[in-house]
Write a protein of this length. Sequence first.
Length: 149
Amino acid sequence: MKSFISIICQGRWYDHNRVIGYSEGELKKIEKLYNIELSGVLRKFMLEAGRCSGGLLGDDVIILYNESFTVRDHILTQYSFEGDILNISLKTTPPTKDIFCRSPFLFSIESETQYFYINTRGANSERVFHFDENENILEDTHYGFTEYM
């Protein structure tokens, strides 16, 4: 079976020696801490390159790689983000909580206002969703996690 990194690298350079993932035990702690379920491709990514992709992925965009974020910062960001998208999804007609807010796991912030996440529970658990903070818009990107990366 191919590794997650080998699937997404598509011939681009990265430092194999710097690719670092989490252990199964660490993933269990992450799941408990954030109240999420890491499965499928996201779990594979976290095991292989959750800490560092060896330069393959943009370290400034993937918040898991942002060294200026403490564990506390990550927790507060995740909980605040979940509250924001829950509030927006409940205000839509009809409410869209089941589509957009099923144990979300925020993994990327672009341009400080564009958030990308995966709903870790329920249907489409490998689909990437987008929240535009400027416009308060939630949308399905129609990309799987691998395609997004």
